[in-house]
Ligand binder design. Structure first.
Ligand code: WTA
Length: 635
């Protein structure tokens, strides 16, 4: 195990101090434990004005050599993945590091055979099966840039992402299953590809045996192609600042943006945070329940654990299939030691009741984790008491797609815990709270907008194809700081509690959804004139989506019109963006300059109509009364 593992609170404090006083020396020593084809000339070059951040400048490596080859000497027979299928009666599949290495190299050769090379963008749209991880790693092996799209996105969303990155290749499967639902992945992809002339080749894995359309000279079967290649595939030498991947995420405005991460810094940060936060040691079994289509899966199912030589459970299904005891069955079956999941999952399993927990052997569990949204105290205690049986630390890990890895979190078993608090910054992370005017708020017992004032190796480098968007979104709100978009309070002990987004991003079941994106989708529906979307507190999802919609004429059947709108949003974005509530209104509260006063809409959606605040600057204050009268109450 590596030398950078923190083993006590004292060591954490020392590491933190060193990381602030001598960041280059600090990260340089950590990076030295990795395999490099050529050592870096300089650890860090940066400015937050352009922004321009480079880590391990001049260094050359390939992340897959560190994820795979590095473990072959001593740990080739260690398990990398234990795959748990959607249907518990189907067989578990296990891969050792040696097997994974071979599969990745072979598939990388398939990609090469079809013309993929360093720098090409490849879109991956697959179910949660080992081949998804293999596809990701095969891209990294040859230096192609992967852009994984979550299996729940629509053809339209996929097409947007493929076009934005100008992908030349797609890797997908005939279909996927989650719970009782089958998703016809290839067929959805075919619809997307109608709009994507840049894609020349599609590799299709047979998974569900769903009949598919296979276009001659464009579409090829994964299994057949594998027969035609060898097992030897040397890792492409990559500059530390060459692109590793793009991952699309929602912001306040416009279409989702392609967050770009590079090889060297991301690699060092993924392993450092994984090993420290979870205090991973072989032969522990790590189970992160996220999908690889999100950043949590990238960093803590694929890269972090593999870099560390860890053994992970990869789960195809959902927490409630065949019943709400599925996670606990998996923990029992595979003797999981560390469970890393999201508050929304915890709340839904909590609502299902203890009958699904009782009788399950959870004695293997040693550590628990939470990610994606603030965890409320009730869920925290339920998780702690009933799953951890009161003796597993819960690490509440705060981070973002843009940060590459965890920034603020307890270190399992080392940092004293406080429910609801992400707790303290990891070494290398310098958070600060900033007020409306942009002044840094010093001291404790304060709240403000969360910023980070010094780069860490996993920081976003740019938004693909649009550096200006990266600058304005993250680096221009406050001078010389990375702005997270989150509100935060720092208590008397210096502990951080994330209070949620301060921008127009809604966090639904841990998924980021931009209000503007949903509005654009709703507005595409015939008969809709305008819409405004806000978040509201939701017992299970954390936040739900509330849409106010103006129609050309009063719908003759409101319910049908609502369903039509839901169908439209599903087609344009995907089912995850469907509004929970749709209220038809005749006007929206706008200021004289035409800006929608979202504050009022949020209050109405929250059911807090007594405290709407000052409405005197509205063009037509009477619309507010109509909106209040028609508000949809919580059921
Ligand atoms: C929220 C997910 C509170 C936050 C890794 C952030 C959290 C957004 C936490 C990023 C947490 C994530 N406590 N809030 N532990 N973790 N968030 O990009 O609002 O999908 O800005 O990355 O999720 O979501 P993303």
């Amino acid at each position: 195990m590596s030398s950078f593992k923190i083993k006590s609170f004292e060591e954490y404090e020392q590491a933190y101090q060193k990381s602030v006083e001598a960041p280059e020396e600090f990260w340089g020593e950590i990076a030295s434990t990795f395999r490099w084809q050529k050592k870096w000339d300089k650890v860090l070059e940066w400015n937050f004005t352009d922004p321009d951040v480079k880590w391990f400048v001049g260094g050359k490596t390939n992340i897959t050599e560190n994820c795979l080859d590095r473990h072959l000497e001593k740990n080739a027979n260690t398990l990398a993945y234990i795959w748990e299928p959607n249907n518990p009666n189907d067989a578990t599949v296990k891969y050792t590091y040696r097997e994974l290495h071979e599969k990745v190299c072979r598939f990388a050769n398939v990609l090469k055979k079809h013309g993929a090379k360093k720098g090409d963008r490849i879109c991956i749209y697959m179910p949660m099966i080992p081949e998804l991880a293999i596809a990701v790693l095969a891209c990294a092996r040859i230096g192609a840039v992967h852009s994984v799209v979550f299996g729940g996105f629509s053809a339209h969303s996929i097409a947007d992402r493929i076009q934005d990155a100008q992908c030349s290749m797609v890797i997908t499967a005939d279909g996927g299953v989650r719970g009782n639902k089958e998703i016809p992945l290839k067929s959805v992809m075919d619809d997307a590809l109608e709009l994507c002339p840049s894609v020349k080749k599609v590799i299709v894995l047979t998974k569900t045996k769903t009949p598919v359309y296979m276009l001659r000279n464009r579409d090829f079967w994964w299994d057949e192609e594998l027969q035609t290649v060898g097992a030897d595939c040397p890792a492409e030498p990559m500059d530390a600042e060459d692109i590793l991947f793009i991952l699309y995420t929602s912001g306040s405005t416009g279409k989702p943006k392609g967050v770009l991460h590079t090889v060297g810094g991301y690699m060092v940060f993924a392993q450092y945070t994984f090993e420290n936060v979870f205090q991973y040691e072989q032969p522990e079994i790590f189970f992160c329940t996220a999908d690889i289509g999100w950043i949590t899966g990238h960093s803590y199912i694929v890269y972090g654990p593999l870099l560390s030589g860890a053994t992970s459970v990869l789960f195809e299904g959902i927490p409630t299939f065949p019943d709400a005891g599925r996670f606990w069955d998996i923990v029992q079956k595979h003797r999981v030691t560390t469970l890393y999941t999201a508050p929304t999952a915890i709340r839904s399993l909590m609502a299902a009741g203890l009958k699904y927990v009782n009788g399950k052997d959870l004695s293997s569990l040693k550590k628990l984790g939470s990610v994606g949204e603030p965890i409320n105290e009730e869920a925290w205690h339920w998780y702690h008491d009933n799953i951890g049986k009161g003796n597993c630390p819960i690490v509440d890990t705060w981070w973002q797609t843009e940060t590459g890895g965890i920034l603020i979190s307890a270190i399992a078993g080392i940092t004293p815990l406080k429910p609801g608090f992400a707790s303290l910054p990891l070494p290398g992370i310098q958070p600060c709270l900033v007020d409306e005017k942009g002044d840094v708020i010093e001291g404790n017992g304060v709240s403000g907008n969360l910023c980070i004032k010094f780069p860490w190796p996993g920081i976003i480098r740019t938004t693909y194809g649009d550096h200006e968007r990266c600058r304005t979104t993250y680096f221009s709100t406050y001078k010389n700081m990375y702005f997270t978009g989150d509100g935060c309070m720092r208590d008397e002990d210096g502990y951080y509690r994330i209070t949620g987004r301060v921008d127009d991003v809604i966090n639904v079941s841990g998924h980021r959804i931009g209000t503007a994106e949903v509005e654009n989708a709703i507005n595409m529906h015939t008969g809709v004139v305008e819409s405004a979307v806000v978040g509201f507190p939701h017992d299970i999802k954390g936040q739900g989506i509330y849409a106010y919609v103006i129609t050309e004429k009063a719908p003759s059947d409101e319910n049908l019109m609502r369903q039509d709108i839901l169908m439209t949003v599903s087609r344009i974005i995907g089912p995850i963006a469907k509004p929970d509530k749709i209220q038809f209104v005749s006007g929206l509260p706008k200021t004289r300059s035409g800006k929608i006063m979202r504050r009022i809409l949020r209050k109405v959606a929250e059911g807090d109509i007594a405290n709407l605040g000052d409405t005197s600057t509205l063009l037509d204050p009477t619309v507010v009364d109509a909106i209040k009268a028609g508000a949809i109450k919580s059921s």
